[in-house]
Design a protein around this ligand. Structure first.
Ligand SMILES: [Cu+2]
Length: 157
């Protein structure tokens, strides 16, 4: 709370004339992880909602069970077609959707192998909103496939 008040103050100075933002404008929904098929990496999907007037940027993600977390984009079919992305914008009054076949988080060098039914705790860092804790249930390969069939990146609420 203290941190968001400080950030709101900085923003007010930087964008004179805009109405002040009230309360958190960033939230995370629909987080889940795919049960890894190898002992080295696991994919995590989630949606970041931005109800604010300014874009924000996902700059990093941490979790206790992986040495590092990369943001990946699919450039084609298959794991060999994944490309690292350094950050991703959450548009004002919009959402950033990480989903199978698109942008996703890749937990690299797993220290613990998560199984379906477990949960993974992650910490997202956004440029403006700061750190956001996220809990992602681990789903089986079959359950992930069922979710992937619903909706698309362009979905609007
Ligand atoms: Cu990946």
């Amino acid at each position: 709370m203290v941190r968001s008040l400080i950030l709101a103050g900085v923003f007010a100075v930087a964008a004179c004339g805009s109405p002040p933002q009230r309360g958190p404008t960033i939230s995370v929904a629909d987080a889940y992880a795919a049960e890894p098929v190898s002992s080295e990496v696991a994919a995590v999907y989630l949606t970041i909602e931005n109800t604010g007037d300014q874009p924000d940027t996902l700059v990093s993600v941490e979790t206790a069970i992986a040495a590092k977390v990369d943001l990946h984009r699919m450039a084609g079919m298959g794991a060999s077609q994944m490309r690292a992305v350094h950050n991703a914008e959450i548009p004002a009054h919009g959402q950033l959707r990480l989903r199978p076949g698109g942008l996703h988080l890749m937990l690299m060098d797993l220290t613990t192998l998560p199984h379906a039914g477990d949960t993974i705790d992650l910490t997202l860092e956004l440029r403006h909103a700061g750190t956001i804790p996220v809990r992602a249930p681990v789903l089986s390969y079959l359950e992930v496939g069922e979710r992937a069939a619903v909706g698309s990146d362009q979905q609007r609420r």
